[in-house]
Design a protein around this ligand. Structure first.
Ligand SMILES: [Fe+2]
Length: 430
């Protein structure tokens, strides 16, 4: 028998392993099923994206130019390869300790006179979730109004503003008022210098780019109507954080004429949909939550993707309202602690369905109309909601582009003395 070739017998070199690890650590898009479709190897293509700048829709370009954002090196910016944590233990280290957090809504005027007094109109879009404020510019809010808006978001789950003239910098400033702004270690962001004293492994500007066309092109996701749901799906952002996302603000500067709506569902109302027996069973229990992005196990890099996982109460008490909320989502809840895997699976499946099937606790928002040259903002509380970006628009002919700033909140807790929303408001429980 002929001796095996050198290629077959050679033990992997350090370089081979490094290369494999890099490949495995390729910038996976958020894993709502997307990574399996990825056909591009963009693992080395980090930093400002020169070739994608030309795809940037005109309204977004104009907004950035007006705000003095330097796009000369490219857009968007992916954190450079060496700054992206590859191993799951590195990723854990990002914000792995308590940091100060001020609950802005807590001390706000319950009547919200400063906010409502300055608005032309305040309209509830559904009974249980979603309010639109008309005639106010987010960029002009004073601190009192920002506190009242935080309270309104805590009560109504999501609040909308059309016709906004909002620079990315101003959006960031608002987010910083409501909590520590999340700087994502992998996600594409708007180029802005990182403020001094930002102590984090993640190097992003804090303004994430929400732009499906870019994601599709960059990650090589084929257009496939049947697989569209893989790009969306009900979820809550950043549930794996030590202090998960609180207020999140998506500002869409480019809005499709047709489609591209977003839906939200209320965690307060989902809790109120459960029987007292099931509520009691879940009160005080914990669940394990995982990151959307994937990392590598240092001890066995070839084993496959690893996620950041953290434990939080499955029923959370909101610090502002004191109301209980069901904190699960199909994309990123791993299991209920203390149950057998099969039990956990069945119960979680039911809990997801409460959010997904009860249209009376959802709001579906159409981002249009908004005045030409302006954008529409949605500000929601991730602690008490799930959302779903409906991928039914044509990215080539009718694009959608936005910027997102997420303020991280408290370490989640469950207060056994807290009440459900309906209980606290004195509404019938049935
Ligand atoms: Fe999201």
């Amino acid at each position: 028998m002929a001796p095996p070739t050198a290629i077959e017998t050679a033990a992997p070199t350090e370089q081979d392993i490094e290369q494999t690890v890099r490949k495995l650590a390729n910038l996976k898009p958020i894993s709502h099923g997307l990574s399996e479709f990825s056909s591009n190897d963009e693992s080395t293509n980090t930093g400002p994206q020169e070739k994608y700048l030309q795809l940037l829709p005109e309204p977004a370009r104009k907004r950035f130019e007006k705000a003095g954002i330097d796009l000369s090196k490219g857009y968007p910016v992916i954190p450079v390869r060496d700054d992206i944590p590859k191993f799951v233990d590195e990723a854990y280290e990002i914000r792995n300790k308590d940091y100060p957090y001020i609950e802005r809504g807590k001390n706000a005027d319950p009547e919200k006179k400063a906010l409502f007094g300055a608005a032309k109109e305040v309209k509830n879009l559904t009974k249980h979730i979603g309010t639109e404020i008309v005639g106010l510019q987010l960029a002009d809010l004073n601190d009192k109004q920002k506190d009242e808006l935080a309270l309104l978001v805590a009560e109504r789950v999501v609040v909308f503003f059309r016709d906004q003239d909002l620079s990315p910098q101003k959006q960031l400033e608002l987010g910083e008022y409501w909590g520590q702004v999340e700087r994502h270690p992998q996600a594409p962001h708007v180029p802005l210098p990182i403020p001094e004293g930002v102590d984090t492994i993640a190097k992003g500007s804090g303004i994430s780019v929400i732009w499906r066309k870019f994601f599709n092109e960059f990650y090589g996701i084929p257009k496939n109507f049947k697989q569209k749901q893989a790009a969306g799906g009900w979820h809550t952002d950043l549930v794996h954080e030590h202090q998960p996302a609180g207020i999140t603000h998506l500002h869409n500067d480019t809005i499709p004429k047709t489609g591209g709506d977003t839906a939200w569902a209320s965690g307060y109302a989902a809790y109120d949909k459960l029987s007292p027996a099931l509520q009691q069973f879940l009160d005080g229990k914990n669940a394990v939550y995982r990151s959307a992005h994937q990392y590598i196990d240092r001890s066995n890099p070839l084993k496959g993707p690893k996620y950041i996982e953290r434990e939080h109460p499955i029923i959370r008490t909101h610090p502002t309202t004191g109301w209980k909320s069901l904190f699960v989502n199909r994309a990123m809840t791993v299991r209920i602690v203390g149950l057998e895997p099969d039990e956990s699976k069945v119960i979680l499946e039911y809990l997801y369905s409460v959010f997904e099937k009860n249209l009376d606790i959802q709001v579906r928002f159409r981002w249009q109309p908004t005045k030409e040259g302006y954008g529409t903002s949605a500000i929601w509380d991730n602690r008490i909601s799930q959302h779903y970006a409906i991928p039914d628009y044509d990215v080539d002919e009718d694009d959608r582009h936005g910027t997102r700033v997420t303020s991280l909140a408290e370490v989640p807790y469950f207060d056994p003395a807290s009440k459900s929303q309906r209980e606290a408001l004195g509404l019938p429980l049935n």
